[in-house]
Structure formats: structure tokens, C-alpha cells
Ligand binder design. Structure first.
Ligand SMILES: [Zn+2]
Length: 257
């Protein structure tokens, strides 16, 4: 780190759980952020500002007027631009030293597997169940920790799934996928159909970014279980999430009893 970097990250370096070694680990790390909307905006901005050395931002949508109420990486002048590129530019404006790749296609199949493999950690900032299951399966297959966030109406939740930890569940342990033939309820998570209060996505996205900074720098310990937040009462709750030995995704994982 040069003097400018030492100054830029000084307020993190002075923290005992991070120090210079943790900041260097952050600078050497690569996070994959899938979704550059309400959750992906604070995630991308905070990870770039905090000094994660490399980010891949994936989103195939374009910015619309109705996004601006909560998707704070995009501005009025970005309407019509691709979200991955708009969020990249916003993050680079905060920290031009961050290496950022914008992926403007929807990541699935082989492309998703390769993107997950290339990253040290994945943040799920999407709003579709189908994407969430595919991202979870790729993270389990490639052995990459997954920081999952969701926000709808006045409620949010966060969980960290780390396949490197034999005790850690996966997203499919928490939300078992529907059986073959059953329809996947793809609408339930979508802000477009349900509405969402603006600061809620900032709260949950910032929580995701914090967990990513901890995992990548080595500070503290990863969030366990499922945290939920009710914005109408201000109440946080924490639930244990045991690993499901019959889980179709992680049930056969190595290291299982
Ligand atoms: Zn599982």
C-alpha cells in the first residue's frame, strides 16, 4: 500500500480486527455481486469504498425511473443505461483504484459457475427465487461463501452460507426448493410487484457488505443462522438454521457425517 492507500483506508486499518494485514487481504480479494438494484447498490458502493480490490457486478436490467427511489448507485441521468455499467461508474467515482468488471448478461449455467469460481465470495442481491437457487448451487459446487440478502415491503433478512464450514447450511436447507412439477413462486420476492420502503434495502445491503468485509479481511466471525428485520417495529430476530442432511444441494457435500 502506498501513502494514499494508507490514508484512504486508515479508519479501517486502525481497527484491531482488521489492521494492515486485513486491509491487504481485502485489497487482494475479488467479490462477485449478482444484482445491481436495491441491495446491489449499497453492496457495490461500500465494497468499493472499503477497498475490496476487485468487483464483478452482474445485472442484465436497465435503469428505470421507478428504480431511483431505492437503487442509490443510479442517478437520474442513468435512466436507460445498463445497471451493471451505471453501478460500476458510481463505485469507481468513490474509489478509482477498485478493479470493476460489469457483466450485462444474466449469469446462469456455465457462465455463472465460472464467475463464482473466479471470485472469493458471492453476494446474492437478486430478487428471483430461480436465481437464488442457481447461485446457491454454484457456490456450493465451487466452495465459495455466499452472503444472501432479501428485502420486500418493510421486511428484510440476511444469511451467510459458507460451504467451507462443515456445519454451515445452504440456501436450499433454509428454503427447500419445490418438488418437480410444483411451480416456483417467482413473484414473492419482487419489489416490482410488492413494493419496498427505500431505506430497507440500504440497511440489508449494508449488512451484506459488512459480512463480506469480515469474511474477506478475516475480521470477527461470520453471521450464523438467519437474521430478520421488521421495519415497521424496528425489531431484529435471529433464527438457528440447521443443515438439512437430506438437502438436495448440500446433503452430499464432503465432510458430512
Ligand atoms: Zn443445503
Amino acid at each position: 500500500m502506498n501513502d494514499q492507500a494508507l490514508l484512504r483506508y486508515s479508519r479501517q486499518i486502525m481497527l484491531d480486527p482488521i489492521e494492515i494485514e486485513g486491509q491487504e487481504r481485502l485489497l487482494a480479494s475479488h467479490a462477485l455481486v449478482i444484482g445491481a438494484g436495491g441491495l446491489g447498490s449499497p453492496v457495490a458502493l461500500y465494497l468499493a469504498a472499503a477497498g475490496v480490490g476487485r468487483l464483478t457486478l452482474a445485472d442484465d436490467d436497465a435503469v428505470e425511473l421507478s428504480n431511483l427511489q431505492r437503487q442509490v448507485a443510479h442517478g437520474q441521468a442513468d435512466i436507460g443505461r445498463l445497471k451493471a455499467e451505471s453501478a460500476r461508474d458510481a463505485a469507481l467515482a468513490l474509489n478509482p483504484d477498485c478493479r470493476i468488471t460489469a457483466v450485462t448478461e444474466r449469469l446462469d449455467g456455465e457462465a455463472l459457475a465460472l464467475a463464482v469460481q473466479a471470485a472469493d465470495l458471492v453476494l446474492d442481491c437478486t430478487d428471483r427465487f430461480a436465481s437464488r437457487y442457481a447461485i446457491n448451487a454454484a457456490c456450493q459446487a465451487e466452495g465459495r461463501p455466499l452472503v444472501s440478502g432479501a428485502a420486500i415491503r418493510f421486511g428484510g433478512q440476511l444469511a451467510v452460507f459458507d460451504p467451507r464450514d462443515p456445519e454451515s447450511p445452504c440456501y436450499a436447507c433454509l428454503y427447500p426448493p419445490s418438488k418437480p412439477g410444483e411451480p416456483v413462486d417467482d413473484e414473492e420476492l419482487r419489489c416490482a410487484e410488492n413494493g419496498v420502503v427505500a431505506p430497507l434495502v440500504g440497511l440489508i445491503g449494508s449488512f451484506q457488505a459488512l459480512e463480506a468485509v469480515k469474511l474477506l479481511s478475516g475480521a470477527g466471525s461470520a453471521h450464523q443462522g438467519l437474521s430478520t428485520f421488521d421495519g415497521l417495529t424496528g425489531e431484529w430476530r435471529r433464527f438457528r438454521v440447521p443443515r438439512d442432511p437430506a438437502c438436495p444441494v448440500c446433503g452430499q457435500r464432503c465432510g458430512q457425517d
